[in-house]
Design a binder for this molecule. Structure first.
Ligand code: NCD
Length: 316
């Protein structure tokens, strides 16, 4: 069992065996989380600070629950978007927090690369909880765990990722992870949201949902990220739903046992039909949330072991 990372900034640096190690440990934390007594002491005595410079419901609460379940002292700092000015502000905040000796820093930031920058300035382990359009590693890991448990494997699957790929850090981290594990990936959506240049990543691209979903084992829907758009990406939400919204008819082109995923928050009636999202025979959306806590427990547990093993110098 090996996991050699000091931080979890993205899927890109992870080896397939490290992903396997993390998911195996997460499986054991699913079992723990289903027990009445959910406490472990893996992070006991450690301080975890959650810094969210962008709104979040499930990711922030998931990290908080994960830390508490492992016995860490967890502090949430809610940073309003309006307080973000320049890179310097972020670094100053990081240095201030660093002086309080946290062991784990969980950071979400609207700018791609901001979390990497911050990680260079502190001596604790840093986890990227989503930076701009760049990466959201724990989301891809929880998706991987959900797929592995539902399908019994995490390789040689046909996986369709649909919708707003262009603005999505979830899509980017998922593409990286699922390719490392040797799956076949199709991206489905309008060219405005699925730029043809993405073919360079070795994925197939479809503009037609029915073609893109044919024989898929996994159908992953993404939210239309209106806050990252500056207009003109889709004709109208109605039209978008008609062509790209997932409903039972379009899903019938996928394999009969295909699972439906969505990272949340969902726009019901825009990218996905509400009834389908709630259909426990097809949708694993609630499982994704459950796996989220377990994956974050596993990630923080592994990083904390490396922290103890290798005390690090502060790079000023
Ligand atoms: C995602 C995010 O914030 O990147 N949500 C999440 O973490 N559950 C996806 C999204 O916002 O659409």
């Amino acid at each position: 069992m090996r996991f050699d990372q000091r931080h979890l900034l993205g899927i890109e640096p992870l080896r397939p065996d490290e992903i396997g190690t993390l998911l195996d440990l997460a499986d054991s934390y699913v079992t723990l989380s289903r027990r009445r007594e959910k406490r472990s002491s893996a992070l006991s005595g450690l301080t975890q600070i959650n810094m969210f410079f962008e709104n979040s419901t499930r990711t922030q609460s998931s990290f908080e629950i994960a830390g508490k379940r492992l016995g860490a002292d967890v502090m949430n700092m809610s940073m309003q978007a309006s307080s973000i000015k320049k890179g310097e502000t972020l670094i100053d905040t990081a240095l201030t927090l660093n002086a309080m000796h946290p062991d784990l820093l969980v950071v979400r930031h609207p700018h791609s690369g901001a979390v990497d920058l911050l990680a260079q300035k502190v001596n604790c382990a840093v986890i990227n909880a989503g930076d701009g359009r760049h990466e959201h590693p724990t989301q891809a890991l929880l998706d991987a765990l959900t797929i592995r448990r539902a399908k019994g494997r995490l390789h040689r699957l046909n996986i369709a990722i649909c919708g707003d790929i262009a603005h999505s850090r979830v899509a980017r981290s998922n593409i990286l992870l699922l390719q490392k594990m040797e799956n076949r990936i199709r991206l489905v959506g309008p060219t405005t949201l699925v730029p043809p240049v993405l073919k360079e990543f070795g994925v197939e691209i479809y503009e037609d949902m029915r073609e893109g979903l044919r024989d898929a084992d996994v159908v992953m829907m993404l939210r239309l990220q209106k806050e990252r758009m500056d207009g003109g990406f889709i004709p109208s939400e109605r039209e978008y739903y008609h062509r790209f919204g997932l409903d039972a008819e379009k899903l019938s082109f996928a394999r009969p046992d295909a699972i439906v995923m969505h990272p949340g928050p969902m726009n019901r009636g825009v990218e996905i039909d509400g009834t389908l999202a709630d259909d426990i025979n097809r949708s694993v959306i609630q499982e994704q949330v459950e796996m989220g806590v377990a994956v974050r427990m596993a990630a923080m547990d592994l990083l904390s072991r490396n922290l103890r093993a290798r005390p690090t110098e502060l790079s000023a």
